[in-house]
Design a protein around this ligand. Structure first.
Ligand SMILES: NC(=O)c1ccc[n+]([C@@H]2O[C@H](COP(=O)([O-])OP(=O)(O)OC[C@H]3O[C@@H](n4cnc5c(N)ncnc54)[C@H](O)[C@@H]3O)[C@@H](O)[C@H]2O)c1
Length: 363
């Protein structure tokens, strides 16, 4: 076994009161997970895992817990009840299946997998694991926990908005060739399963279909328009969607059209926008939510907490989602954002790729 175990960091013993957590993948997003674990009274960081010795050594030194060179070694040591997967997209499905088969709960970063085939196989494995051992799979769509987004969902469910008429969303961010050069997997089909849609805009597509309704692609395109020399995958995409509107007074309603535009080639990281027009109000999300009622009233729902730097656009709700995942694990309840739920946005993205690239040129 190649765990780096310092004298001051003996393996954490199993304790029913505190879930032993291991963070797998100690790169950029791991700091957000590590902070959330540290802030959680019901969990304790028990180990870090990274295949890269430098990243592993840095995490091990910073957190004073054993550092393992692979998930397999962590599992063999029986050192964790829950693993957080913070690794490149192409590793998610196999790592999650390995942990679930060993009865270890998995909280995976988005996307659930880099291909639909992997996601579907993982969904099946997660069903089996839950039935066999109660091991859970959760997927990190933390923006569903943002206070303004929750307020939108409550208003939409409550019926006071009347019929939804239309929606639009934009993600206009700035990524440089250096961003991709620093982590080459991000710019490749094999490593990431796509570009801007898979890595950044998936959150907003997820929200759009979660809020407005299950969607199908009417038309769309994705391509590398500004970063073509630096990446294989797309930096820009536009999509028209149709969302099932359900029934009203027993009558099937016509689908709701939405328009989506996203790019990583904007000059700056502009705020994500998501607007929904309904009969009684327009909902306008720009971090905070503004509700403009048809009767002239205006309401605002503020985002909880403001973070500086990178974390500002990653969102502030990882802690809320992680807390809710641990609660579900402790209660033995199925966490609500599992593989199937996470595949809604993945299916839309893969449909857009199928319309944009020749077979064999995308995964
Ligand atoms: N939810 C969000 O808002 C959000 C934000 C940023 C990143 N992410 C997601 O987090 C994940 C990681 O992204 P990142 O930018 O931190 O990547 P990164 O490249 O910075 O870090 C990944 C780490 O995983 C390690 N690794 C690779 N394969 C491994 C394996 N098989 N076992 C253990 N370690 C392995 C690498 O050595 C590296 O240290 C991705 O899925 C990404 O989409 C989510």
């Amino acid at each position: 076994m190649s765990a780096d175990v310092p004298r001051h960091a003996l393996p954490v013993p199993a304790d029913p009161a505190r879930l032993r957590v291991a963070v797998v993948g100690c790169g950029d997003i791991s700091s957000v997970h590590l902070a959330a674990v540290a802030a959680n009274d019901g969990a304790v960081l028990a180990a870090v895992v990274d295949t890269d010795p430098t990243a592993r050594a840095a995490a091990h030194a910073a957190h004073g817990v054993p550092g393992f060179a692979s998930l397999g070694e962590l599992i063999a040591a029986g050192a964790a009840d829950v693993v957080h997967l913070c690794t490149p997209h192409s590793t998610h499905a196999a790592l999650a299946e390995e942990a679930l088969a060993a009865g270890v709960h998995v909280l995976a970063e988005k996307p659930v997998a880099h291909t639909l085939a992997d996601a579907e196989r993982l969904a099946e494995a997660a069903e089996k694991a839950f039935a066999a051992s109660g091991a859970q799979l959760g997927v990190c769509f933390q923006n569903r926990y943002n206070a303004p987004v929750r307020a939108m969902r409550v208003m939409l469910d409550g019926g006071q908005l009347g019929q939804v008429l239309g929606a639009q969303a934009t993600v206009m961010w700035h990524r440089t060739p250096a961003y991709y050069a620093a982590r080459p997997w991000r710019g490749t089909w094999a490593g990431s399963g796509g570009g801007l849609l898979m890595n950044q805009a998936i959150h907003t597509l997820d929200l759009l279909q979660w809020l407005v309704g299950p969607a199908r692609v009417v038309g769309g395109g994705a391509s590398a328009r500004a970063l073509a020399g630096a990446i294989e995958v797309e930096d820009t995409a536009d999509i028209l969607l149709e969302h099932a509107a359900g029934t009203r007074d027993g009558v099937e309603q016509p689908p709701v059209r939405s328009a989506f535009f996203a790019t990583n080639a904007n000059g700056v990281n502009a705020p994500v926008t998501l607007d929904i027009q309904a009969e009684a109000a327009e909902l306008s999300l720009r971090g905070d939510l503004t509700v403009r009622w048809a009767d002239g009233r205006t309401e605002t729902v503020r985002e909880h907490g403001v973070l500086a730097g990178d974390r500002a656009y990653w969102g502030v709700s990882h802690e809320l989602l992680i807390d809710d995942f641990y609660r579900a694990v402790r209660a033995g309840e199925r966490f609500w954002i599992g593989a199937e739920e996470a595949m809604g946005s993945l299916r839309l993205i893969k449909d857009v790729y199928a319309r944009s690239y020749a077979p064999g040129d995308w995964v």
